[in-house]
Design a protein around this ligand. Structure first.
Ligand code: XMP
Length: 514
């Protein structure tokens, strides 16, 4: 396995993903939380130092643990990782007037193990740069293998020690041959075999679950989403009927969704499933509520209470299963220490583990979202399920903004949403989109149908592309398709007589309307 030491770059996670994509397991750990004992025990086959916002000239500039350079394993420094490597090994880093941000070109000056395959001597390679400081003088034993206009030491190598460093970011897609460079490092230089596959991961994870749980009982909350579904199926494969799933149906699911969950888990997988129809409790509690945060909090609280009650009925469970993913686990490196602003509380089941006094089983803790999907396929979950768009915990309750929520409005929205999703599936676009949904607007507009005047709700369609939900672009549908969807919704859904499309990107918008 490969250890990635994080100095706080926005794109550190991409390093881990690229390395894993090449069949090598990798983990990210923050620079200021790595002891020598940890390093010895972890015994990485190679170390990668990430980029970051710091300067080696800062007071208390972050640095790599000195031991990293004595482990006898290959080390690759990226951007700030290069600067600190050079600084720590006796070279010089200068603050440069010639800052480089964005696309740049590196001339490959000399051959080097990082360049095998694509980066031929004499070639100009497109790369992505983001730096103010730059390396000015090399430590002993290093040679320059690539340079750019702004970075005379854009790529450097110490072949004896197998230390390499680059000023650019090979992990981003804007460095087209960057993945090859990383693979050359992990496979070629470090000799990793690249046999880390989802199948092997699955077997491993099952073993771990068996060991942790023994003959204890586990309960798992199912939401109908990919993460909780994969968690449940994996745990069931490990410990069979020691697992019970609880599906709290809050009544804000999409059309047919609750039935799908019950059919898939109870009938297809034969997993013990408690289906709690709590629709009335939830809807009564927020009927008439407008404020988005109040809705989220109320739904979160009721969810916990309902779940807890059911868990008590089942009785005697020692473990609570959760579909926590790697991005939620990675400790983030913070230099400012300032509080970040809460845009939305994303309140789902936070607080549940503490209240219930159970041990957690979190078999997806090491995986990225797309890896969870692979694991789901490995476990035989249908593609249509594994490829589902994300759906927020509070469901349709946050897609009826600015107006009191009623059962009637939920029904109207459900119908419009179902038509919309059916049409984009038929058009073959579902998988190209990160998330698509309808929003019921709090305005009534005038229309004409047949000879009559209508006065009904307007609805907005939203579709975005994204890689992680943090930033997003609106999806550019062909106008004919939008026209067809609008037509169907207006003709088939009683209560809607106008359809609009949302062209907002994130930022400045968010994906959901509230
Ligand atoms: P925003 O609207 O913040 O959404 O751009 C980013 C992603 O998060 C989802 N989302 C939620 N998920 N509980 C959830 O589990 C919530 O309260 C919540 N609010 C937004 C949203 O669907 C998108 O995928």
């Amino acid at each position: 396995r490969v250890l990635i030491i994080d100095f706080g770059s926005q794109v550190t996670q991409l390093i881990a993903r690229r390395v894993r994509e090449s069949g090598v397991y990798s983990e990210i750990h923050p620079f200021n939380n790595i002891s020598d004992e940890f390093l010895d025990e972890y015994a990485p086959k190679a170390v990668i130092l990430s980029g970051g916002p710091a300067s080696v000239h800062w007071d208390k500039a972050p640095s790599a643990p000195a031991r990293v350079f004595d482990l006898g394993v290959p080390v690759l420094g990226i951007c700030y990782g290069q600067q600190t490597m050079v600084n720590q090994l006796g070279g010089k880093v200068a603050t440069s007037d010639h800052r480089e941000f964005g696309r740049a070109f590196v001339d490959v000056i000399e051959d080097c193990a990082l360049f095998t395959g694509t980066w031929a001597e004499g070639a100009r390679e497109q790369v992505w740069m983001s730096h103010g400081d730059r390396v000015d003088a090399l430590p002993d034993g290093f040679r320059v293998v690539g340079k750019s206009d702004g970075a005379p030491f854009a790529a450097i190598a110490n072949d004896d020690k197998k230390f390499y460093a680059v000023q650019f970011h090979p992990e981003v897609v804007h460095t087209p041959h960057g993945a090859q460079l990383l693979k050359n490092f992990t496979h070629g230089v470090a000799g990793c075999s690249g046999d880390w596959t989802m199948n092997a991961y699955k077997d491993d994870a099952i073993e771990k679950i068996r060991k942790q749980v023994g003959d204890g009982k586990v309960i798992c909350g199912l939401s109908g989403g990919v993460d909780s579904s994969v968690t449940a199926v994996l745990i069931h494969e490990a410990i069979g009927d020691q697992l019970t799933c609880v599906f709290v149906d809050h009544g804000f699911m999409r059309s047919g969704e609750a039935d799908q969950v019950v059919t898939l888990f109870r009938d297809h997988y034969n997993i013990p499933l408690v289906h709690v129809d709590a629709t009335d409790t939830f809807i009564n509690a927020i009927e008439g509520e407008i404020d988005p945060e109040t809705k989220r909090k109320t739904i979160g609280r009721l969810f916990i209470e309902t779940f807890e009650e059911e868990a008590k009925k089942i009785g005697g469970a020692d473990f609570l299963a959760q579909g926590t993913l790697y991005p939620d686990v990675i400790e983030s490196v913070s230099f400012t220490g300032g509080p970040s602003v809460t845009i939305k509380s994303h309140h789902n089941v936070g607080g549940l583990p503490e209240r219930m006094n159970m041990q957690l089983v979190e078999p997806l803790r090491e995986l990225f979202k797309d890896e969870v999907r692979d694991l789901g396929r490995e476990l035989g979950l249908p593609d249509s399920f594994v490829g589902r768009h994300p759906f927020p915990g509070p469901g349709l309750a946050i897609r009826i903004p600015g107006q009191p929520i009623t059962r009637e409005k939920l029904d109207i929205l459900r119908k419009a949403d179902a038509i919309y999703l059916e049409e984009i599936r038929n058009a073959g676009l579902y998988d190209a989109i990160w998330q698509a949904f309808a929003v019921l607007l709090p305005v009534r507009t005038v229309g004409v149908m047949g000879d009559g005047r209508t006065y009904d709700y307007a609805c907005a369609l939203r579709a975005v592309t994204s890689t992680d939900g943090m930033t997003a672009d609106f999806f550019p549908y062909p106008p004919e398709l939008l026209g067809r969807i609008a037509n169907r919704i207006i003709n088939e859904v009683n209560g809607i007589n106008r359809v609009t499309y949302d062209f907002t990107s994130k930022p400045p918008g968010t994906i959901e309307w509230e």
